[in-house]
Every structure is written in structure tokens, then in C-alpha cells.
Design a protein around this ligand. Structure first.
Ligand SMILES: [Zn+2]
Length: 374
């Protein structure tokens, strides 16, 4: 497999895309780009080798049974761990099911509530894009710290908020990245085209659906689907969130990669009503994040900071569910480097990522409170 960076420009912007091409298609692909005057760079001549390297580092064959953050886990391992936690701490943890998937898996989550039903709520959504493995890993890291950390700052946020945590909102896609295609992004549904399955769940939410930064082509990685909420995953997960109306005050979605902290809007260049607050809280959260390891995040609205994108979960949460603090972290790394594809973050970076993200969440919640959001 060959990894290309393809550059294209419109009247207003210059962008580049990463494209993986199979050996059989490589000649055709290059001549097509040349024919259309599209500039490109061959980034990695052997993606499979890069992936095999990751497999080696992961030590998938290890017999270690303990759940920890030195490796990326399978869906089954994480779900077993979550079920065990709920058995161990029944007084604090409630197992939640936010629906099911095209292939019949469960979208499993937990609610952590130490004190009060009156606590404000934080919802954490992980893994909506299957190949972004650092997202569920960070999500479970946070869950574990909320339960086990003795740091007083973490204890404060653990006990004074109710936490709704979903490490895997696209379980079928995640399983597929473990079994067939490490770089799969979408769901696994059939859309009338056997060659190209799946929909981008983060373009499938029913809010300015398919308007910007989406595709109507089922073969595209940004395919928005046949209609809003065409995917059982987005439909059932959003129904679950709606059932909690009034109980969620902060919505956090984890993606990778690029080291960005993003907020609405992405469907329009129009600024969100509380844009200045979102920017201010975000800046403070990013500054707290950088203190531990110097990791720099850029903060801004989706449209101006990364690219126009509509139908995403955080925009739907922001406007339809009226959750006025809705953010998306694009986690480490900043860019693809040293022959590593950016979606493949070495597992020794899981814990540092989790630590700096918790630093950032503490600051985000603190500043949100100071600005009277809850
Ligand atoms: Zn993503």
C-alpha cells in the first residue's frame, strides 16, 4: 500500500488529503493526478510495513491479562474491563447502553456519580472514527483516573460532576481496524455499493446535514450517508443523549490527530453565539494542557481552524441539545512524522496524552464554572 499526500486548492483555500493506494491501482492513480494537474507527494511507500511495526511494538501476542495503558486494547477487552468496574463499584458506576450497531454490537458506556443527582453532567464521546485509537484509550484513561486517582484536583472533578463516558461510539469500525484494515474510519453499513461500505458517523448527525466538508459518494471517507441519522449508531446514540436532556452541561468528543481544541461552528463561517467564551475557555484549557510536557494545541472554531465540516456530533449537541460547552480534541500527534502515519500513535504516548488531557479538562471545567456555565 502506498500513502500519498495530495494537495488541492480552491479559490479560497489550500488543502491536502492523505490517500492510501493499493499496489494494483498505483499507476492509474498517479496518471490521474497528473492529468488533472494535482500536485502530490509519495509519503510512505509501504504502509503495511509501518502497520506491522506498530503491531510489533504493541506486542499483541503478550499474555498480560491486566488492563492498562501501555497498549491499545480490543473492544472486547475494554468492554470486559468496564463491566468489571461496574461490578466492583456498584455504588458509583452504572453501566449504560446507548444503543447498538449495524453488526449488532452494543454502544456501551458508564455513568460515574459519586454524590448527587444534582451534579452537572459531562459527556465524553470516544472512538467515533475507528482508526483514531488514541481516542478510546484516552477516554478509558480518564475513566480510570476518575475512579482511582488520589490527586485532589481529579477527586474534585470526579465527585462534583456526573460523568457519562463512552469509549467506543463506532464499535463495528473499531473491530474492523483490529481485524482487517487499521486505517478504517467509518461505520460498516451497506449503502447500495458492495465495494464501499460505511458512513462517516461524524458527518451523519441531523444538524445542517451534508452541507459542508462532506461527500455524497459512498466511497468517500467523509460520506454523510443517505440521510441524517441513516446510521443506527448515530441514531441510537443521539436518542440516548436526548433522553438525558438538561442533565448534560459539557460535551467532549475525542479524535486524532493534529493537536487542536475545536468548538462550533464547522458548518458555517458564522461565529457561534458564545464564540468568545468558547475561545477563552479553550485557550485556558490548552494552556493547562501544555504545562506538563509542553504539548501545544491550537484552539478555535472548526470552520476556521481545521476545515468546514457539517453534521458532526458536537454541533448537534451544541444547537439541538443546547449544550453550550461542546468541544472536540484532536489528540496527538501534531502531524505524521518519522514514517509513522498520524493515526498510529506509539502506545508509550497513551499515558502522557491522558495526563495532559486531564490537566486540560480540570482547567476547562474550572473556567466554565467561573463564567457561570454551571
Ligand atoms: Zn476523527
Amino acid at each position: 500500500m502506498y500513502h500519498y499526500k495530495v494537495h488541492h486548492s480552491t479559490l479560497t483555500s489550500k488543502r491536502s488529503n492523505n490517500i492510501i493506494v493499493s499496489p494494483q491501482e498505483e499507476d492509474n492513480f498517479q496518471s490521474l493526478l497528473t492529468k488533472h494537474n494535482i500536485t502530490f507527494r509519495l509519503y510512505d511507500e509501504n504502509v503495511q510495513e509501518t502497520l506491522d511495526q506498530e503491531e510489533k511494538i504493541l506486542g499483541r501476542s503478550n499474555s498480560k491479562k491486566q488492563y492498562d495503558w501501555t497498549t491499545y486494547h480490543t473492544l472486547e477487552e475494554t468492554y470486559d474491563w468496564m463491566k468489571n468496574l461496574s461490578n466492583t463499584y456498584p455504588e458509583y458506576i452504572e453501566l449504560l447502553s446507548a444503543g447498538s450497531t449495524y453488526e449488532g454490537r452494543e454502544i456501551l458506556g458508564v455513568k460515574i456519580s459519586y454524590k448527587s443527582e444534582n451534579n452537572k453532567g459531562v459527556l465524553i464521546e470516544g472512538g467515533i472514527h475507528a482508526r483514531e485509537w488514541i481516542s478510546p484509550a484516552t477516554t478509558t484513561y480518564i475513566l480510570n483516573e476518575l475512579l482511582h486517582s488520589t490527586d485532589s484536583r481529579i477527586r474534585y472533578i470526579a465527585e462534583n460532576f456526573n460523568w457519562y463516558i463512552f469509549p467506543h461510539t463506532n464499535p463495528d469500525g473499531y473491530v474492523y481496524t483490529h481485524t482487517k484494515d487499521r486505517l478504517w474510519r467509518k461505520t460498516r453499513s451497506y449503502n447500495g455499493n458492495y465495494r464501499c461500505l460505511g458512513v462517516d458517523p461524524n458527518r451523519n448527525f441531523d444538524y445542517h446535514w451534508n452541507e459542508q466538508g462532506t461527500s455524497s459518494n459512498p466511497c468517500s471517507d467523509a460520506y454523510a450517508g443517505k440521510e441524517p441519522f441513516s446510521e443506527i449508531e448515530t441514531r441510537t446514540f443521539s436518542n440516548f443523549i436526548s433522553s438525558l436532556r438538561g442533565k448534560i452541561n459539557i460535551y467532549i468528543s475525542f479524535h486524532s490527530y493534529s493537536q487542536l481544541l475545536l468548538f462550533p461552528y464547522g458548518y458555517t463561517d458564522k461565529r457561534a453565539p458564545n464564540h468568545d467564551d468558547l475561545q477563552k475557555i479553550g485557550d485556558i484549557a490548552a494552556s493547562a494542557l501544555s504545562k506538563r510536557y509542553g504539548t501545544q494545541y491550537k484552539v478555535g472554531n472548526i470552520y476556521e481552524t481545521i476545515y468546514p465540516a457539517s453534521g458532526s456530533s458536537i454541533e448537534w449537541a451544541y444547537d439541538i441539545e443546547n449544550i453550550k460547552l461542546s468541544y472536540c480534541y484532536e489528540l496527538r500527534p501534531k502531524s505524521s512524522s518519522f514514517g509513522w502515519n498520524g493515526f498510529i500513535l506509539p502506545p508509550n504516548q497513551i499515558i502522557p496524552t491522558g495526563q495532559e488531557i486531564i490537566d486540560s479538562l480540570i482547567a476547562l471545567l474550572d473556567e466554565g464554572k467561573r463564567l457561570n456555565y454551571f
